[in-house]
Design a protein. Structure first.
Length: 202
């Protein structure tokens, strides 16, 4: 792609983006937070399990990656339930409530020398929240964007989510390096989760 073509494409995208209403941009910023927190929970979580809860590197990796397996298994079932029940906003709020529960559980759980198996509950919860966001967040896009702008909207939403998966893990690692405290990291997770909750209510 030539520089001129790239500039023309950028202009077209900017013109298209003016067609989007506030609901779409709220969805984008919520996606940035949600995907960023999900990635960060895996990146930071493995080291946290080793340092705070007595896990070996191999077991910590298995626990953190279990959230992806839970998400894969839960997606068809939750999708079926959502199609039958509807109430998309309720499921969106449930997603962030479960995220808050998972990080609050990590925050208040006492550290231990030997492996604390029950801490895995938090990562299983992260898997469910990922499933709920995929179903409700992406599924809401056609409700806030006109059909002729859907492809641009999907591209912009993906852009925001990729920014979140890049920036938030770096930010949390900087916080961890400066504070040397996983409690501060979990408190930051909770603050981000409450921000996501506010965006969903807006």
């Amino acid at each position: 792609m030539s520089l001129r073509t790239a500039r023309q494409s950028t202009v077209v995208i900017l013109k298209e983006s003016k067609q989007f209403e506030l609901g779409f941009w709220l969805l984008c910023f919520d996606g940035l937070l949600t995907y960023g927190m999900g990635t960060s929970a895996i990146v930071v979580g493995s080291a946290e399990l080793i340092s705070m809860f007595g896990f070996s590197e191999q077991t910590a990796a298995m626990v953190t990656l279990s959230s992806y397996l839970v998400a894969a298994l839960a997606l068809p079932l939750l999708g079926f339930i959502l199609d039958r029940i509807g109430k998309r906003l309720l499921f969106m709020l449930l997603q962030v409530v479960l995220m808050i529960f998972g990080h609050f559980y990590m925050l208040v759980h006492p550290s231990c020398v030997s492996q604390c198996g029950d801490i895995s509950v938090a990562f299983l919860t992260y898997g469910v929240t990922a499933s709920l966001y995929i179903l409700t967040g992406w599924g809401s896009l056609p409700l806030v964007v006109h059909p002729e702008h859907l492809s641009t909207a999907y591209g912009l939403l993906s852009c925001f989510q990729n920014i979140g998966t890049t920036v938030l893990p770096l930010m949390l690692n900087v916080i961890l390096d400066h504070t040397q405290s996983y409690l501060v990291v979990e408190a930051t997770f909770l603050a981000l989760a409450f921000a996501s909750f506010s965006l969903k209510l807006a």
